[in-house]
Design a protein. Structure first.
Length: 144
């Protein structure tokens, strides 16, 4: 692949990420949340608590950033920390009932936004794009 083609791909992906995140941030404002906060709550909602390191790996966000996001969610009583049952030196993060209610509302906002994107691209192109991005993210995780 030529350098120019790769640079165009990476530039386009970066631009799309920024625009889509900005639009979703604006929509999530009605819940008083950001995309990163939704991602943390969404990950926790699908688990029985996660260690901070596991949450960092799952989100692909630096540890200090995840700590800052979790701190904000703890302040709002949407998540809580508890000593890990497997290793008492480690801390697990769990979603609260208020967090579950909040993430359910946020998931509806995210699903509506994805529906708008799917409608704009067409269902087949949307599914193809989603599969390609998921493949790319999976390949990146394996390489790191």
């Amino acid at each position: 692949m030529s350098g120019t083609r790769q640079a165009r791909l990476l530039d386009s992906l970066s631009t799309a990420h920024r625009r889509l995140s900005r639009a979703l941030d604006q929509l999530l404002e009605e819940e008083g949340a950001t995309v990163d906060q939704w991602r943390v709550l969404h990950a926790l909602d699908a688990s029985d608590g996660l260690l901070m390191g596991d949450l960092t790996d799952r989100l692909g966000v630096p540890g200090p950033s995840v700590t800052r996001i979790v701190d904000g969610l703890v302040d709002r009583a949407l998540v809580y920390r508890r000593q890990s049952t497997e290793d008492r030196r480690r801390v697990a993060v769990h979603i609260s009932e208020a967090g579950r209610a909040s993430v359910a509302r946020m998931d509806a906002i995210v699903e509506a936004q994805e529906s708008r994107i799917s409608k704009s691209l067409g269902d087949k192109r949307f599914r193809t794009l989603l599969a390609a991005v998921e493949d790319l993210c999976g390949a990146e995780r394996q390489d790191s």
